[in-house]
Write a protein that binds this ligand. Structure first.
Ligand code: G1P
Length: 294
């Protein structure tokens, strides 16, 4: 019986260049999605999947992240004196999500390197990685299914979605094989951001992983790949092709609701979609959008 998954690693050291100038002095993870920063949704997802130990990989200019998940005594006292319980609850919710640990990635050397920065904290147990650019609807199950597949297979697990062929070059791409009688697939090979012609499929890797700790040794040896960065996809390709303890990569094909907040247009769509479901103003927003024609 393998060890169960308790720890989540959330890489949050990126420079957020796609959102400049908004992210000149503010972490992109703090951009609000309706009324909570994007990163809060990701931490909530980890906690609801039963992960009780969150490690954030941060860097320079990311202090707001630590402040957000910490208590804010002066603010809390003010809200308490005003009797504003709803806002007080919303403020305390973020600091009540459990202990969050931080380690800094000194240099922007890629997602694989960011995950490697978590090695000491994670140790020798399987762990989840959640990327902040992808939000998964809380009504749809993904991470818990991936954790189950990790326990069953003893390997590493990625999340895949089907995309239009033209979009595949924005993602890692997987060549897969169905596993008889199972609702997960086996990953034969992976390639980071291939061109349409090179892509082995239209199955794109999204930002949820449940990894065997063997990935750390592989990452140590992984040379910079696409964009001159140490790519997690390349390390997973090594594990997919390897044999023995900790090798083998499996995929869960996700067909639920996912909101991409990774670039300006997708981010705006994510905010509008989620806002339109809010009971307080969703109906008003939808009525307004119907009439809106720029
Ligand atoms: C990263 C991964 C890529 C994956 C994507 C999912 O890329 O390297 O394989 O498809 O996340 O969001 P990034 O979007 O950070 O460039």
């Amino acid at each position: 019986m393998g060890k169960s998954v308790r720890k989540a690693v959330i890489p949050a050291a990126g420079l957020g260049t796609r959102f400049l100038p908004a992210t000149k002095a503010m972490p992109k993870e703090m951009l609000p999605v309706v009324d909570a920063p994007a990163i809060q949704y990701v931490v909530e997802e980890a906690v609801s999947a039963g992960l009780d130990d969150v490690l954030m990989i941060t860097g320079r200019s990311k202090r707001a992240l630590e402040d957000h998940f910490d208590s804010a005594p002066a603010l809390e006292r003010t809200l308490e004196l005003k009797g504003d319980q709803a806002r007080l609850d919303s403020v305390q919710h973020a600091s009540g999500l459990g202990p969050i640990h931080y380690v800094r990635q000194g240099e922007p050397k890629g997602l694989g390197h960011a995950v490697l920065c978590g090695r000491q904290h994670v140790g020798d147990e399987p762990f989840a990685v959640l990327l902040g650019d992808d939000l998964i609807d809380e009504r749809d199950e993904l991470l818990t299914a991936m954790i189950d597949v990790q326990a069953k297979t003893g390997g590493s697990v990625i999340a895949l979605i089907e995309v239009e062929p033209a979009q595949i070059s924005a993602y890692g791409c997987a060549d897969i094989l169905a596993v008889e009688g199972e609702d997960y697939v086996r990953v034969n090979s992976l390639v980071e951001k291939p061109s349409v012609d090179e892509a082995p499929s239209n199955l794109a890797v999204i930002g949820r992983y449940v990894l065997h700790p063997a990935v750390f040794d592989v990452l140590e040896k992984t040379e910079p790949g696409r964009g001159g960065e140490i790519q997690l996809t390349d390390a997973l390709q090594t594990l997919a092709a390897g044999e023995g303890e900790g090798s083998g990569v499996y995929g869960v094909v996700f067909r639920g609701r996912r909101y991409d907040t990774g670039d300006k247009l997708s981010y705006l769509k994510a905010v509008i979609t989620l806002a339109s479901e809010r009971p307080e103003f969703g109906e008003d927003l939808k009525a307004w959008m119907k009439d809106f024609n720029g």
